[in-house]
Design a binder for this molecule. Sequence first.
Ligand SMILES: Cc1ncc(COP(=O)(O)O)c(C=O)c1O
Length: 406
Amino acid sequence: MRVDPAVTLTSQLKSASLAHYDLGSGYAQIMVPDYILDAYSDAGWLDTFNGQVGHSDLGHDASQRLDEAVRSFLGMRGDSSDWKVFSTYSGSIALDRALTGMINLLKSRGRKVVQVVTTSPCIDIMGLLLAEHSHVRAHYVRSNRGQALGELDAQALVDRLAWLRQAFPDDGRLVLLASPENPTGFLWDSDALHFVARACAEHDAPLLVDHSFLLAGVHQDIPARVWDAADDSNLWVGLWDTGKTIGLAGDKLGFIITSNDEVSRYVEEALAVTQFDISVRQKMTFSRILEVARDREYVDVLRRLCRENLQTLELALMGTGIEVRSPLAGSLVVLTLPEGYRDEHARLRLLDADVGVVAGSVFFHDTWIMRNMLRLALARDVDYFGGAVEIMAQVLGPALKRGTPL
Ligand SMILES: Cc1ncc(COP(=O)(O)O)c(C=O)c1O
């Protein structure tokens, strides 16, 4: 698959980042609380650095501490000793290596081709990563149950899985979901995730769920997690990264959580292709950050901020003809412009006015493409977000009232 760099999400995020008001990236770009900054800059552990020949104990202790910090921050059950947590450099690398690991697992079982079922709209890296594998086919189930944009459709997904088994009985199958979803802010609730997990077990399909926005955003309760929804008959992988929750100017880690020894082995092998390990410094730093973020209930701070920004947006755009589609979860929000108005025109108009957003069409991956959608990030400081929204209302509102094409 050839990709036009002008239309990738990353290229749009790059232009958005040059605007004075950057509502592009899904990372939390907020004033970082002092307790996190202190944890980030605390290098006390360096005192022991030279005392340990080969640093093996230091490395081991740091791995253990990070493992515990991640499990605790994500609310993983204590009795989950079969599950492993692997660390890597970002959410995309976690996704890439988890996908490669599961594709290799299926190949080891004699499957030469792997059929992957995922959703549209969804973040473009799903398709981009899959396209890098020959013998892997991506299938997109539309999230528009009842014609509602973004409404996830577990039944359609399960039907597609069953159909693929019938059509290609010799091929492997894999399901790849995100919860909360990017860009729509929908989530797979516990019943839907159970339902999909059961179907995956029935059709021998590993289930990968990207939980990048699990703790980041407007939702009160933590969305259902794959490790709670699946059971021993499932091969599952959960993914999470720190960047959407704790934005540190791009400093982040990604994590891959695995269900059993077989899954762990293939993920470990896939990771070993690209990394020996992450550094002790990163392990120590992120352990401390996650510990203090948990103790000081940082997630609540982020939640309140995202909610306040959502309200500001709804108020500012009221009566403009632009629909604010309130997310159930996560820190992203989708706007729909009236029919006939184009996302890309609106994005460029806003960019001219120093506000960076993302055009929604980059999230659609089959023949159904909505071209009147914009995606905005909510995880911004209140004054900054308010300034951006004021400009948006000035730029988009009057044009819509006049019926001027955007
Ligand atoms: C759902 C989802 N998964 C993975 C990623 C990639 O994460 P990273 O930017 O850490 O590579 C993103 C990025 O926005 C995302 O939204």
